[in-house]
Design a protein around this ligand. Structure first.
Ligand code: ADP
Length: 185
């Protein structure tokens, strides 16, 4: 089962992706987590992307696509996965379609978590994960980048008839049960 979880920063993608991974026994692939871990370990990738993440900008498409393509070659992704944070631009979505095609797979679900903008800012500021991009400036820029670069990805998948909108307001378990209903219907 190949699933994408999508939505603005602060929508709860990471939290719900972990629950989906557990419930359906598929690995969780988060591009943001890969980048944060590369930064922490000071790898060449980490050095390349640190200032981009700190500013809340996007890592160049080719870098992300190459990374995801390589990662998905690992055996653990063979029976499916949940993608979180990717694709984040239309060129990434097009590249991902080609990756799926060349692996003989299709996308089973594209889940969009819908949360009002003010709640997003409040959640990020109060989650206190200590992420270096969780400053007021960083959040503002990530929301702008989301509107401009990432929101069009939604239309891309709407045209494919794959979008499942999920109300992202409520408790973690309430939201998760909406997701399960959507995946199992
Ligand atoms: P959030 O959804 O809260 O912004 P993520 O962990 O998904 O958090 O992403 C954190 C940062 O990692 C992004 O602001 C961006 O700089 C970078 N990033 C993650 N995924 C991608 C991607 N697919 N394309 C470009 N940049 C990405």
């Amino acid at each position: 089962m190949q699933i994408i979880i999508f939505g603005p920063p602060g929508a709860g993608k990471g939290t719900q992706a972990k629950k989906i991974a557990e419930e359906y026994e598929i690995p969780h692939l988060s591009t943001g987590e890969i980048f944060r871990s590369a930064i922490k370990n000071e790898t060449p990738l980490g050095k390349k992307v640190k200032s981009i993440l700190d500013a809340g900008d996007l890592v160049p498409d080719q870098t992300v696509v190459d990374l995801v393509e390589e990662e998905l070659k690992k055996d653990k992704y063979e029976d499916g996965y949940i993608l979180d944070g990717f694709p984040r631009t239309v060129p990434q979505a097009e590249a991902f379609d080609e990756i799926l095609d060349s692996n003989g797979k299709t996308l089973d679900a594209f889940l969009v978590l819908e949360v009002p903008e003010q709640e997003l800012v409040d959640r990020i500021l109060s989650r206190g994960e200590g992420r270096s991009d969780d400053t007021e400036e960083g959040i503002k820029n990530r929301l702008e980048v989301y509107e401009k670069e990432t929101a069009p990805v939604l239309n891309y998948y709407k045209e494919q008839g794959k979008v499942n909108a999920i109300d992202g307001v409520g408790s973690i378990d309430e939201i998760f049960s909406r997701i399960k209903d959507a995946l199992e219907k």
